[in-house]
Design a protein. Sequence first.
Lengths: 488, 470
Amino acid sequence: MAEGKIKYYSKMLETKEISCSELTESFLTAIENANSDLNAYVKVTPETAMETAKAVDEKIARGEKLAPLEGIPMTLKDNISTKEIETTCCSKILGGYKPIYNATVWETLSASNAVLLGKTNMDEFAMGSSSETSCFGGASNPHNIDHVAGGSSGGVASAVGGNIAVYGLGSDTGGSIRQPASFCGIVGLKPTYGAVSRFGLIAYASSFDQIGPITTTVEDVAIVFDAISEYDKMDSTSQGRKGEPTVNSLKNDIKGMRIGIPREYLDGIKDEVRLAVENACEVYRSLGAEIVYFDLPALKYALPVYYILACAEASSNLGRYDGIRYGYRTESYKDVNEMICKTRSEGFGAEVKRRILLGTYVLSAGYYDAYYKKAQNLRGSIVNAFKNAFQNCDVILAPTVPMTAFEKGNAISDPIETYLTDICTVPVNIAGLPGVSVPCGFDGKGLPIGMQLIGNTFCESRILNAAWQFENAVGSEVFKSSKYGVKI
Amino acid sequence: MKYEMVAGFETHIELATNTKIFCSCTTEFGADSNTHCCPICIGLPGTLPKLNRQAVKYAIMAGLATNCEIANISKMDRKNYCYPDLPKAYQISQYDKPLCEHGYVQLSNGKKIRLTRIHIEEDAGKLIHKRGDTYIDYNRGGVPLIEIVSEPDIRSVEEAKEYVEKLQQIMRYIGISDCKMQEGSMRCDVNISVRPVGSEQLGTRTEIKNMNSITFIGKAMEYEFGRQVDLIESGGKVEQQTLRYDDVTNTTSSMRGKEDANDYRYFRDPDLVTISVTDEEIDELRAKIPELPFQKQERYVSEMGLNEKDAQNIAKYRKIAEFFETASKGIKNPKTAANFIIGQIFRRLETESDKEEFNIAVTAEQLRELIELLDSGKIRNNLAKSTLEKMLDTGKSFSEFISESDLAGMDENTLNELCKKAVEANPKAVADYRNGKQKALKSIVGFVMKESRGRADAAAAEAKILELIG
């Protein structure tokens, strides 16, 4: 699977084996057939897709060369702002909201004629691990629709895993790209904080949020990342990719690469998952890399730090949904205060309310020092712990999630238990590091298992290089195509 | 028992940047509602703020002009509260690391009103209540503000008024704000309490919100001082609360009590990076701070011989002070320039804003030429005054109004002839003078001046006349 789908389709377009309109149509048809099972898309945009496809076909007819992502059918998570196309974060409170501007990532991709098939399902405001907090209902796992696709970018993962989009952009605040990629047996990259512009990404927790690609192969993830990792003056926290495009280093030799495994990452992990990661270590050893085990005790604070800080930021970020300017507004009210209260009570789902309340609480006078401030300090310790770890290893290897995809309904019924499943993904967000999840096996039920490679800040090239080498070595053993979607 | 007033100010001043603090919308005042808005300043989902560096510079200048320490490292925080004029439900402000701290403003009595801090923040939109409905205008949303917080060092209405005037003058001088209170580009919240004279302890304070005129600040403080004293005298207790002032009834009324006080849940805004300011940058900005009004005033008195009042009146307005300085450059007695400004020019500038804008037809250089003419003795004061009036009316140079013969002055013979003529023509005055009426001499000299259309040298004429009749 080292040869990605993007290059494959791009070549087909250039050699006129298929027209972009035909390719797009086949994806639109596949969506029509598969979406009732997968519930990956919450909004399909056939008109704009076909319009773009036509423009690409004209370009091909004129004999012009295509940009790497030109004409490739793709999707965006529903929290990425798209001008004149409904962007709701799968929340009732943003029902009917059509942005008047494009997110920078979409501005970049649409400028090179990316074919947007539609907007995909997600947990409401990216809060959740199963996409089931979506006001449109959860997205299904393309390998077994009784299981979730994961979350919060479950719709993108379901669409890409189910072959009804070549690639998609998700967002990752505490694991929301890597976890669904792991559940759906595909590749998901959470870039370094600041590598990709957040402008136009509807905020959940601003100091954690990062947009990144979800694809079927490492090469594809690298191509998309290279395309969207530009410095953006609209985002003060943006820095852009450092160094040359990551695709250039995918095939580099990894002999002598030091791959670190913090022991804490293997605690409380399901046996099948741990075994798959240990097998991956063997693969790496055979490729000449060195596996080093070490302790990262600061990790034990990761979950509380994440939930305190992310909820605090969310409570502030979500204050603006008041029914005054856009989105949902309650039907009857006596005055503006009642209007705002009722709008928010009716417009937000239970999980979002839970996090707003939690976040408001930890920032309140009298509790700030005990929660928010302490968590901020611990965040600093975790950042330093990783910094030190990268003095002794080049990349860190860990499971992406302690288990495989949950059965539908389980995540919703016990929120605290579900928060715990983020244990392996949140440290990366706390420290602002890049992490990529790649498939590394299957459990007894045939559900995919993922592992993640974590790098130091702005070292996407290195983790993608390690990921590509693994994929190249074992590709077909860890990847299987879903029965759904386009089979060209 | 005698009570004293204890007051501190929180003053909001809109900065005169061209664009808003976090987006590129214009800050121009007075446009149609919601025309100076963009996705960023109306807080649409997904938008991010980008700090306008000019706002930081202006705030630092405000700090430097008020003797503050400037922080090399500072940050922006979110102040969370829900109100329809605040589209993000938080105001981006500065909480525990303001740009400027520990400054002061000195009053004319020498007293220093200490400034706790100056920080930058964004303004909110404006609610407009019309025909029972409420509309929101977000044009003002995102306009950069500084908030200047003083210590409770003010002890009287006079000190309060002078403090606000001083701030206004300083900020206008350094060019960071027009400080127009009636347009809301300068607004004050007054914290006020009372205590028995001699007591060191602070009383419970109330806060009068959003005062937009110096006169009303005085009235409101007087009223509130009286109210608090009456309350205590009658055995009651002052409650900590936020008040609004009604300028029609001249009373204050409660907006909200202590129990309704907001918990703003301040935390660092994760969308904005640390603000770092280098010492070099601070020095550059310091170099841009002009001589301030009170410094000018002092210099006008000590070095240029103006009286205290004239010096103050001229120094108060930057453009007038600059005009005065240019007009009096190289002049023997700068007081002459001051007299023309206060006599002839001020009459044409009725309001404060007229003086602030200082639109007059005569340049400082033109006035200086006129004064040089006067000083050289070629024309007399009356002619100079009337000529300046004509110049102010028309914008033309003095040469349009003063003829060659006016400038030629008067030789001794002509003067002698004129004096003889004056003595002959005024026998009564001559007689009066000889009878001991000193004043009569003036009227004979006056005749000479009139006949010569002001060209004659009054002192020389007087000497000659005395010679003739003495």
